[in-house]
Design a protein around this ligand. Sequence first.
Ligand SMILES: Cc1ncc(COP(=O)(O)O)c(C=O)c1O
Length: 483
Amino acid sequence: MQGQPQLGDTSPEVFRKQLHQLADWIADFREGLGELRVAPDDKPGAIRRALPAQPPENSEPFDKILADIDRLIVPGMVHWSHPMFLGYFGWTQTGPGILGEIATAPLNVNAMTWRTSPAATELETLVVDWLRQWIGLPEEFGGVVYDTASVGIMHALAVAREEAAPSTRTLGLTARNLPRFRVYTSDQAHSSVEKAAIALGLGEENIQRVPTDAEFRMDVAALRAMIERDLAEKYQPLAAVATVGTTSTASVDPVPKIAEVCREHKMWLHVDAAYGGGFAILPEYKWITQGWGEADSVVINPHKTLFVPLDFSVLFVRNLERLRSVFTLVPEYLRGDTVEAEKNYMDYGIQLGRRFRALKAWVIWRSFGRAGMADRLRDQMRLVNLLVDWIKADKRFELAAPVVMPVVCFRLVASDESSRRSKTKADVNSEIVARINASGQAYLTQTKLRGRTVMRIGLGNVLTTEDHVRRAWELIQKMASEL
Ligand SMILES: Cc1ncc(COP(=O)(O)O)c(C=O)c1O
């Protein structure tokens, strides 16, 4: 009735129609994705200016909202799922991944305790254990799903801190004569180590960056020397963070040797396998898991390499009770919800409310199986090796780091000379990346290695084929010729 406020939800008939409409929209989007620009060339603020600033007072039809998504949102996106998106670690959106996300939406549960969400809790325990089996971690490791690896390392170091300085949980940091802790990680490790130190009050400058060898792996002799120096200055070594698949080059630290140092000095060993960990499902990559069994914690992001849509990161801790004992805290209003013997995942971190993330992992992992994921990862390696051959065959370019996983860092050899000649004075490698990204035809990233800017391609997208990689390489060659 005109003028009457509408209460309740969309009627079942209309909702069904809208869902079909959305299903078509999603299928069309996936099918036509390769034809879109990978990235917009808008200036910051352009998208907001095109959107109405006033909040909606009255109901708007779904048709109009969907049309605006098409008109205003889709063209303003960097399309991470585009087959020519070759930045960061590629991206792993898939049909089954989307189905898993969609199936999660209507359930909309809060997986904080077993009683508030029995199936969500038990499925989380199950899929986390599937992952443990796939990567070959001993059974004494238990895991918990967080949104990101940054949150994972923060929780891991909180446990390390509690074990080294008991009662920090209760008494806090102030007015106590606590040791000055140090955490060691390589100069290639991710900045989430510093972020964790900031959050935990360990202090950013107490994250000590250990130099790496020629292949960007932690230099363990340097680690030992830094620890000795710190001990002499009355610091207390708290933890070492070893990386398996570093952010720039996907290098793998010598975890067994780092584990030895940790054992000697009674330090916590955290393995940051956020990116590289997924490759452990391949027998030919089992070597990357050496030493993990001696770790205290291991983090893996299946949303990077194991096809689960963002966000899905798993922190494994040797004896998960160590994590629970630091974070369990049952408010009175949840006391009745926590009597069962089953896990209450709110006890394993600072979050109370938790999404049902396990469902999307269960859908995608059953849809592909380990073998299906392994085939896709191997295909990424095939494509990356082709690219490596092409780079080697063009004498204007050189590889800037060994290729361990489907990540390639390379540079224009003539770039120093070209940079000198360039009017903008920007590094030629940066300029190639910027021009390609601005063209909307492909998307790459850049990084700095030993002070030099290099181009970087990371594969991970199931839609990326040999043809796409070839087109990207030809674009790079063309840009290099033009500069
Ligand atoms: C090696 C490594 N560790 C940790 C992270 C942080 O991951 P997240 O975005 O899940 O916090 C990244 C991100 O790329 C990474 O490459």
